[in-house]
Every structure is written in structure tokens, then in C-alpha cells.
Design a protein around this ligand. Sequence first.
Ligand SMILES: [Zn+2]
Length: 136
Amino acid sequence: MCRELAKALTPRLNVGEELWSAAAERAAEALQGVSGDIAAELEKRGFTAEYRDLSFPGVLVWGRVELAEKKVYVDREALKILGERLAASGRNASSAQLEALVLAHELFHIIDGRCPPQYCEPAAVIFSLRLTGAGE
Ligand SMILES: [Zn+2]
């Protein structure tokens, strides 16, 4: 279930079993001691969230973290399109749920900045699905 939704969220996320398991382990480690109150978790680490256009023609970007600025940016328009895509595949997610997923995803990158690049993105996706309960 988690994997299916992860693929819907990031269509280009295509990793083999081995990397997927490594990513799941990494996500589980990062989840320890993190509460479901994502805004509080970001705040605790000195980060604030802001809306900003991040996408460009042909590429939708839901969110981005700028570690040096201590900011998490969320592209609302891109999330709207993501919501439509999910709805088309029979899943309904509110904009608040999608925003929580994006913030949780970026929170992973903040917590685990040393995650190996080969499975850093799937790990962030798994982390966000588990933290928000969307992957259950
Ligand atoms: Zn990411």
C-alpha cells in the first residue's frame, strides 16, 4: 500500500527491492522520537514553512527544503495538480493532507541530511507516508 501510494506521489520513483528496504529502514530510524505534529517538529528545529512557486514547465515540484535558510517551501499549485492526479487514480486527499505529506517529506531531509542519495528520496516518501498515517 505504502509503495503504491509512494509511486502515485512520485511517478519517477522507481527503485529495486534492495534500495526500497534500505529506504524503509532509514525512514524507520528517522521516525523515532518524531511526533505527528509536523509543524511543531519543524519549529523545534528552527524551520518555518512558506508557500512559493517551485515548479517549472514540465516539472512539478511539491516542496523543497533550504537548509541554510531554515525554510521549507511548498508549491500549492503543484499540490492541487497532485490532488487531481490522485483523485483520477481513485484516491482522495485533501489539500491539508497533501501539504502535511510534503512537509513531512522535507522534515525527513532535515532530520537525515546524511541519507545516501541512492535511496534518500524513497526514504523521504516512506517517512512522510508513515508519519502522516497516509501509508496505512
Ligand atoms: Zn525529497
